[in-house]
Structure formats: structure tokens, C-alpha cells
Write a protein that binds this ligand. Structure first.
Ligand code: APR
Length: 193
């Protein structure tokens, strides 16, 4: 940011106007296990109970330890399309943002809006917590059955729109665990450059 401000000719010590870096430069794809990432916050693909499950949810709870489940119990669940924030406990990440994606029922049950809302809600919570770096899994594309390419389109669109209007988070990683999502995101992000 300092470099950006210097580049537009502000006096030393003058914070100058806020410069928001282009959205495409702030999005990237990373392969692998989200629980290993050194970021400020990771997002969980949770269910309405917020009490854990399989897939990425199970991996996050296993890596974070029992403190996470205890905090989640106090939250009293979460509606589909929303998210809740907790500590990261034994994870490298300081925060976990638990987003509840829609179960895919063919695409005519409001799935696009609900999936989009998961990303927006998570980004709003991240901004409020001062999160600089955040990683998302491919929400709803496992057990919940959302077609991967369609989900990628929604995810990248929602994140790009957020980044165009907000300084935080400064960088967003799409964490792809399976080959299919990795290829889809690599192609999609390359097309945005
Ligand atoms: N790191 C990153 N991504 C992962 C990991 C991991 N360790 N494990 C699985 N994934 C990926 C899957 O490959 C998939 O692309 O996460 C994506 C989402 O799959 P699910 O975890 O099945 O999540 P979702 O489809 O949103 O279903 C949510 O599953 O585990 C339950 O409690 C959860 O009921 C909820 C449901």
C-alpha cells in the first residue's frame, strides 16, 4: 500500500487516497489441504449445525482440536447462505469462518444466491476481523453436489466484486483439494488476468 501511495505522488507522511489493488491480482488458486495454509483465516464448508461433519469440515475440526467444537456449540447453528467466525485453535490460521453452502437441488432452488451469499458473508466477517489473507475451499462442491464449474463461476464472481470495492481481505486463495476443481479454477483465474 505504501508503494501504491508513493506512486501516485503523495507527500511523505500524507496517507493519500486509498488505492484498491485490482481484484485479479488479489485472487489465486492453491492446491492441497486448507488446514495447512498459513493465512489469517480459512473458510469451512460447514452445515447448519456447525458441529462438524466429513470432508473439509471434518479435516478442519480434526486439525483445530476440541476447542473449536466447544466454541461452535455456543453459536447455536447458522442458516444456509450465512457464516460465523471462530478462533482457529491449533490451526495455523487465526480464524475459521464457517460458511453454510446450499445443497444442490438442480439449480432452481435459489442455489446461486445462497452460494454467492456464503462468499459475501464470509468476506464481510473477514473484513470486520481485519483479515488480510483468507482461503476458501470449494464450498458445496463435495457432499452438497453443486456442479464444480458452476460453483467456481459463482465464487470467483462474488469474490471479484467484493475485492473491487474493499481493501480487505487483501488476498484471497481458492484452495482446491481435488484435481477437477484445481483445473477449473486455474482456467477461470487465468481468464480473468
Ligand atoms: N482442504 C481443502 N478442501 C477440501 C479438503 C481439505 N482438507 N477436504 C475436502 N475438500 C474439498 C472437496 O474436494 C470439495 O471440493 O472441499 C470441497 C467441499 O466438499 P465438502 O467438504 O463435502 O463440503 P460441501 O459440499 O459444502 O458439503 C458440506 O459436508 O462434511 C459435511 O459438515 C459438512 O454437512 C456439510 C457438508
Amino acid at each position: 500500500m505504501d508503494d501504491d501511495r508513493a506512486a501516485i505522488g503523495g507527500r511523505p507522511g500524507d496517507p493519500g487516497p486509498i488505492v484498491i489493488r485490482p481484484a485479479a491480482a488479489r485472487m489465486s488458486m492453491v492446491r492441497g489441504d486448507i488446514t495447512r495454509l498459513q493465512v489469517d483465516a480459512i473458510v469451512n464448508a460447514a452445515n447448519n449445525s456447525l458441529l462438524g461433519g466429513g470432508g473439509v469440515d471434518g479435516a478442519i475440526h480434526a486439525a483445530a482440536g476440541s476447542g473449536l467444537l466447544e466454541e461452535c456449540r455456543r453459536l447455536g447453528g447458522c442458516p444456509t447462505g450465512e457464516a460465523r467466525i471462530t478462533g482457529g485453535y491449533d490451526l495455523p490460521a487465526r480464524f475459521v469462518i464457517h460458511a453454510v453452502g446450499p445443497v444442490y437441488h438442480g439449480g432452481r432452488s435459489g442455489e446461486v444466491g445462497l452460494l454467492r451469499s456464503c462468499y459475501e458473508y464470509s468476506l464481510r466477517l473477514a473484513e470486520e476481523a481485519g483479515v488480510e489473507t483468507i482461503a476458501f475451499p470449494c464450498i458445496s462442491t463435495g457432499v452438497y453436489g453443486y456442479p464444480k464449474a458452476e460453483a467456481c463461476e459463482v465464487a470467483v464472481g462474488a469474490v471479484r466484486e467484493w475485492l473491487e470495492a474493499h481493501e480487505l481481505p487483501s488476498s484471497v486463495r481458492f484452495c482446491c483439494y481435488d484435481d477437477a476443481n484445481a483445473h477449473i479454477y486455474a482456467d477461470r483465474l487465468a481468464a480473468d488476468d
